[in-house]
Design a protein around this ligand. Structure first.
Ligand code: HPA
Ligand code: ZN
Length: 334
């Protein structure tokens, strides 16, 4: 659909669900492995790509955390984020709210300062070079303890200028949002915004908890909300954004095929869905690729695509005057 693809490319877009560690492309993985003398379990870029066949979230996370071993120095985090920003600029991404997982790195002995300053410096340069406005969201690994999350938050408050929100990711089932209530209360008390992965593999009850115990402004994934009509009603009434990741959902077998993805149904029900890329180096594409693939598989209309782009800015944490300016620009493009 060349017309729809041209529109998808041309419109300004916001990326709201992207793990920076999930943008580590095999080429950069090998370069960093060489630089840092880290031995990888693969002997070529092709071998890496062949390994990217997942049966569920955990089978992906095992490979994803192992790959992070190549990230050691401040410059590595800078290079990782810079490579993402180059791709984002080429896809007309104007705003990126980016997750990072400090515990994945501090648990290997990497100083938190190297992580935050490398990422932060790249994002500042991305604003200067590409005009991409961006912000970091610090995610806690939910398979680790609430105490570990709390001490991570306390340490991260030394770099409070570098992030605007906290989130929750990693293995969902068995680690309900409720487990992190106290950590999120502390974060809210520090003026941080909150988001959480919920309703990807976990049940609708986890989405309710993310709303009520963690006071999230957005739900990351949230696709399983459709199993609970009362939850859908609430999400619609409160216009809580859902950061949906279509290609991720197929790769991690949350849905059987893209043609059966509930995105279109979500829009029809009045949910404020956005389209995002999650871990693009692993799942087959960045935000534009997700929009194109979903557009083709679900027969999305031009209006659907514009709604998704509009939703992405409305759901962003941009100041309202910036939102307004970009939304006007969006209307002018279509
Ligand atoms: N879900 C949970 N944790 C994650 C994901 C995801 O899709 N990607 C990276 N960490
Ligand atoms: Zn995610």
């Amino acid at each position: 659909m060349p017309d729809l693809d041209a529109l998808i490319h041309a419109i300004p877009k916001a990326e709201l669900h992207l793990h920076i560690e999930g943008t580590l492309e095999p080429g950069l993985m090998f370069e960093l492995a060489r630089r840092n003398r880290v031995t990888l379990a693969y002997d070529s870029v092709d071998a890496v790509r062949r390994a990217y066949v997942f049966s569920d979230l955990q089978s992906f996370l095992d490979i994803y955390y192992a790959a992070c071993s190549v990230l050691r120095l401040e410059q590595d985090f800078y290079d990782l984020a810079w490579a993402y920003l180059e791709r984002a600029a080429a896809q007309n991404v104007q705003r990126a709210e980016i997750f990072f997982d400090p515990q994945t790195h501090t648990h290997r002995g990497v100083p938190l300062e190297a992580v935050t300053s490398g990422l932060h410096r790249a994002l500042q340069d991305g604003q200067d070079r590409f005009g991409i406005s961006s912000a970091l969201i610090l995610c806690f690994l939910r398979h680790l303890s609430a105490d570990s999350a709390m001490s991570t938050l306390r340490e991260a408050l030394h770099y409070r200028h570098a992030f605007i929100a906290v989130g929750l990711d990693s293995s969902e089932v068995g680690h309900p949002p409720e487990k992190f209530r106290a950590v999120f209360e502390t974060a809210l008390g520090e003026g941080l915004l909150t988001v959480a992965h919920a309703g990807e593999e976990g049940p609708p009850a986890y989405v309710w908890q993310a709303l009520d115990a963690l006071h999230v402004r957005r739900v990351d994934h949230g696709v399983r909300c459709l199993e609970d009509p009362a939850l859908v009603e609430r999400l619609v009434a409160e216009q809580i954004p859902l950061t949906v990741c279509p290609l991720s959902n197929v790769k991690l077998r949350v849905v059987p095929t893209l043609a059966r993805h509930p995105l279109k149904q979500m829009l029809e029900r009045g949910l404020r869905a956005t389209v995002n890329s999650d871990d693009p180096a692993y799942f087959g594409g960045y935000v534009e690729d997700n929009l194109r693939a979903a557009g083709a598989a679900l027969d999305l209309s031009r209006d659907d695509v514009v709604t998704l782009a509009r939703n992405s800015f409305e759901a962003s944490f941009l100041p309202s005057e910036d939102k307004l300016r970009i939304l006007q620009q969006l209307e002018a493009t279509v």
